[in-house]
Design a protein around this ligand. Sequence first.
Ligand code: CA
Length: 221
Amino acid sequence: MRILLVEDEDRIASFVVKGLSAEGHAVERAIGVGEASEMAISRDYDLVLLDLLLPDGHGREVLARVRASKPELPVIVLSALGEVDDKVDLLDLGADDYLTKPFSMRELSARIRASVRHGAAASHIVSVGDLILDTRTRVATRGERAADLPSREFALLEYLMRHAGQVVTRQQLLDAVWGFDFDTGSNVVDVYVGYLRRKLDGPGQASVIETVRGAGYRVPS
Ligand code: CA
C-alpha cells in the first residue's frame, strides 16, 4: 500500500517508516499541515496516518481538507494521550480510527488492515439516478447543483435514498429522522422536503422527491 505518514517527530517517524517498509508498504512522510494537505490531495495514497500536533497547525485541518476532496481515503489519527479531549469529535470529522501513542508496530498493522477493509466494504457515497450523497461531508450533488445539508435534511434525504423507489410514509420519516413521537398532524416532514427540493431541484427538472398523494414520499430509483 501507499501510505502517507504525517508526523513531525523524527523518532516516531523513523520507527513507523521502518516497520511499514518491512511489511512491504511504500511510505512517504510529511511534517506540517501545509505539506501534508498538499501531498494527500495531489498524490495517490491508500491510507493516511495523521499526527495531531504539527509545527504549523493542527492535524484536524489536514483531516478536513482530505475529507473535502477525498472522502473515501482512510485516515488513522496517531496521537499522544491527552492531546485530544474528544475522540468523538475527530471521528465526526471523518477519521476512520484512532491510535494512542506509544503503540506497537503490531497494533498499527492491525489497525491499518481493519481500516482498509472497512473503507473498501462501506462506501460513504449513496447514489440514486443523478443524485449523489456523500455521507461523510453531508454534501448532496445533483448535476450542477451541490448543497451542504444540515443534519435533519441530510438524514431525511439519506433515508429516502436508501429506500429509493419505495413509498415512505410521513410517520416512517418522523420515526427515522426525528426519532420521537411527533404529533402526526405535524407538517415538519413536508417543510423539510420543501427545503431539499429548493436546494436540489433545478428549473424545469422533475423534483428530487416525489409526493405520493395520500401515502408519503418517494425518491424515484
Ligand atoms: Ca507531533
